[in-house]
Design a protein. Sequence first.
Length: 92
Amino acid sequence: MTSVVAVLREGMLLVLLLAAPVLVAALIAGIVSGLLGAFTQIQDPAVSLVPRVAAVGAAIVIFAPAIAHQLVVFADRLWPLVTAAGTVSGTG
């Protein structure tokens, strides 16, 4: 049971780490577009939305190989635990 809790904890931490680059890119783009909007006094929502979407897209393209690698490493460690849990519960 403790291994299940450890795997769940590790999975949640992995989700936070893998989402961080995309969230930071959106945060930085939102701050920059907000400052530009304040300086130019343009209050159009599209002015702040387009840079955020572009920053998120760029972050996904840039960090996709690292994210995929981390997911593969986690899945490689998770599958033996899944098969072990299946064989233990299937015999009883």
